[in-house]
Design a protein around this ligand. Sequence first.
Ligand code: ADE
Length: 421
Amino acid sequence: MAKSSDVKDLKLAPEGKSRILWADNDMPVLRLIRQRFEKEKPLKGIKLGACLHVTAETANLCRTLQAGGADMVLCASNPLSTQDDVAASLVKDFGLKVYAIRAENRDTYYKHINITCEFEPAITIDDGADLVNSMHTDMAKYSGNVIASMEETTTGIVRLRAMEEAGALKFPVIAVNDADCKHLFDNRYGTGQSTLDGIVRATDALLAGTRLVVVGYGWCGRGVAMRGRGQGANVIVCEVNPVRALEAVMDGYLVMPMAEAAKVGNIFVTVTGDKNVIDVPHFRKMRDGAIVCNSGHFNVELNLTGLEKIASKINRGIRTLVDEYVLAGGKRVFVLGEGRLVNLACAHGHPASVMDMSFAVQALSAEYAVKNAGRLPIKVNPVPAEIDAWVASLKLKSMDVAIDKLTAEQKAYLSSSHMGT
Ligand code: ADE
């Protein structure tokens, strides 16, 4: 029988609680949903299992789902992203069942996911699809109650689409990541800011004048490149997709293959979702003092096993979460956050204001899934367009931004095929 929670130290709860309430100040859309959920209880009696980064922002999502009547278990979606004070407060102050300890090893990480599966949730929320994957493999016998699963991140969607294509998916998925109010804001502005935040907190580096190599020009890469340029870095983009590479060129960045960028870059950030995008030949070419990190979901983008093999010496923790690899001739490469997502390992992840939108979409998608139980097709489903429109409108309102409405004449014009020149 599993413990009712597994967190680092309940004595950390007061600090966690104040950080959760501070984040809530910047989550007005989620707060409105919480107030409605408190009255309407759309998730009453629903068992909900969430595998998410355990942060102050996630805590406010959990409070909202609980307010809606959900009975919840939360586990970590990455071993290095858990904020132990938040986990403690969720248990102590908000009565949640939490299984997450920062820097937990692989066994504990999966033990916590397994406990979440054994809870036999009706709704699951995932960030990276580790929970859904377990519910399709080792823990499949606990998946019988699942109505639907929400997925938060691009990497998770890629995995789930592969399962759908292989005919392996057993329950409907809602692609929260693909909602406009999620990826256009969280992936771009959230990752853009929090990645640089992680690099700066870990290193105290000045970005102005550095050559910042951004590997991958999806929404996350665009955000990192844009914010890097804003800080005065000379941004180089590496990309395999010709259309995206062309966009990067026309957005004004230098574009080149990794083999070339490796020779000139000062700071490297991977945001591709793929494996070994910075590999041994690239590490060999780097300049002394190169800083290397990853902001993609899994710690596979940097070939650290290969780097270890070619290093003559490794000095772990020369600063918090900075490892120094000494290569032939004494050249040094600094790796941040053990190659795990630098924004959550070395900083606090995306700011609350942007998570407000992502988690508003999550909460409303959970409500939609429960309302449509048994009717959603077993595939990766889009978030309904009304949810996007509603979240964007309320976010604008919370920012005191008003916009125009179409006149009746304009609406008629747009819906007519007859009105040409
Ligand atoms: N993903 C990126 N930033 C996050 C945050 N602050 N909370 C939860 N998930 C995140």
